[in-house]
Design a protein around this ligand. Sequence first.
Ligand SMILES: Nc1ncnc2c1ncn2[C@@H]1O[C@H](COP(=O)(O)OP(=O)(O)OP(=O)(O)O)[C@@H](O)[C@H]1O
Ligand SMILES: [Mg+2]
Length: 365
Amino acid sequence: MKEQQVTEERKDKKGVLYIGIDLGTSRTSIAASNGVRECVWSYVGYPKDVVSRKLLKKDKLFGKEAVEKRLSLDLYRPFQSGAIKYTTAEEAGIGKEDLDKHLQAAKDLVKHALTLAKPRKDELIFGVIGAPARASLQNKQALMDACKGCLDSVMVCSEPFAVAYGLDLLDDTLVVDIGAGTVDLCRMHGTMPSADDQITLTTAGDWLDQQLYALLKKKIPDADFTIHYVKEIKEKYAFVGDATDPVLVEFLVSGKPTMFDITNEVRDGCRMIIPPIVTAIHKLISSFDPDFQERLRNNVLLGGGGSQIIGLGRVLEETMVKMLGSGHVTHVDEPSFAGCNGALKMAHDMPEEYWKRISAATTAA
Ligand SMILES: Nc1ncnc2c1ncn2[C@@H]1O[C@H](COP(=O)(O)OP(=O)(O)OP(=O)(O)O)[C@@H](O)[C@H]1O
Ligand SMILES: [Mg+2]
């Protein structure tokens, strides 16, 4: 876990609002000790020119509203490229200027999420934020920078660890959190997970959208559609087992809405997400203490938005039985909030002196 005190002085504040934030590539979720739980799509838009500013009457738009008004906006998805969360700017292929814009958008998004948590003016805000399992120190620092000026004290923890912590599954569990930017795996064995206990894959929801887009373009080359539309289709119809009903969807062909049966494309595309996950599960189990491997095998926990692909748990189980002899997979109850709920629980469980100590240490530094 990495920690930092945000420098802003707030001496007049008395109470503490604890918060857990999941700064997701696709959704930012926040849970607070005052009972608020909110979720916003991780999009930030800034009006493109004076006309759009006049039309929209705002300087910044967030979430679904930003996507809907995207033609008038410079639209950012601050965590999409991965540079902030799990790789370097060079690896993600974005320049310094672009990275700064993403960081600014991330800051604005955090600020917006915090307003949704409705802190009182006299409260200090102590927060735990989730980061991908294998995020580097540099990435964690970037996430904390995004919270600078908004939170009084911040800690960063691994996303799948937060999921497990929130559900009190601290041992004998293999968490698989299928997000938009990353699939994060973490084996829990009663202590803080180390780097060897965790794997981050980039074959997650966004990647799946691209695979589906390519399959659909191949099937209907004359149709006009965007990646946003493909994501919508996926979230409505994604499945990996045997089809029960055909997937019939309208596409625009030369401006004319036309219905297509895309059952096979949806299934074949969604199945692409499975092999890397099974390989990673296999790696984490087979490299574990042999006396405990069976327990892990029989306790795989799926979370994250991507875990809602229909039939995924059963197909993963079948594949594990073939590869590893057995496998039992369950789902978290609330895929969108499991991460921030766990982060909030961690924030609560950390003694107040601990938060203050971080604060004192950093102020002195
Ligand atoms: N019903 C569904 N079927 C399949 N995929 C879905 C469904 N609902 C949401 N998703 C996908 O889940 C992903 C979002 O999941 P989640 O909110 O856990 O990700 P995130 O936390 O924003 O991303 P990350 O953890 O990688 O930063 C998106 O790719 C979204 O399209
Ligand atoms: Mg996530």
